[in-house]
Design a protein around this ligand. Sequence first.
Ligand code: COA
Length: 217
Amino acid sequence: MTATSPTLQCAIEALSVPGIAIGHRLIVDGDELALLPDEIVAFAGSVLKVRRASGAARIVARKLLSRFGQAERAIPKSTAGMPVWPEGIAGSLAHDATVAVAAIASLREYMSVGIDIEPAEPLDPDLLDMVATVNERRNLQDDPCRGRVLFAVKEAVYKAVYPLDWTFLDHHDVEVSLAAGTAVVRNGRTVSFRYSVATHIVAVAFVPVPPRPGAGP
Ligand SMILES: CC(C)(COP(=O)(O)OP(=O)(O)OC[C@H]1O[C@@H](n2cnc3c(N)ncnc32)[C@H](O)[C@@H]1OP(=O)(O)O)[C@@H](O)C(=O)NCCC(=O)NCCS
């Protein structure tokens, strides 16, 4: 059985952020067995569904890491929740009920990355006020799926900035411009992002390493 979706693969390729490798996997029975001993400890109290999704995400991440010259190794979950990456690597994991994704980059290019995946379904109207600021609501243009896009982008942004700022963020602490592909966080940090919509919404947020003063274009 194939563990990838061609439609989703195309959508992920369309994200095309230079230097960021993104992959996905359809979660299947047995993916929980991919959790290595150093990873399992964090999931000791988790139900099978959670262990399976986290195992699937790590299968994807390990494959992507090999492209960065990294040998197969554990990606433990820290007590703060974020994954612990090998030296020199920035990355992020996400999963919904059926698909796991990972994004990996070199710290030489990116200070941090974040990824999220959501089903391509409208956001529950009751959740829209919680997720979208007044400004964002004005720009949703009555497209019910855009609320869910906003949700995915904010989760991806949170995952990208938490390892840098160690600050909990509420949805209204992040102001997103879907048109500009940028999000501004409460502390003033600006994060770029891209998203695609196919069977799922995939959003990737990234904080590039600032250019060194005097470095050429
Ligand atoms: C981090 C968070 C966004 C993850 O969302 P989720 O819907 O539970 O799960 P996802 O499948 O999208 O992502 C899970 C992965 O996020 C990663 N993650 C968890 N906490 C993280 C953190 N603080 N920083 C970065 N990544 C984190 C982990 O890799 C996890 O995978 P794992 O359990 O297999 O290791 C959520 O748990 C959280 O803490 N939310 C509070 C903050 C928030 O959402 N604010 C609104 C947006 S600004």
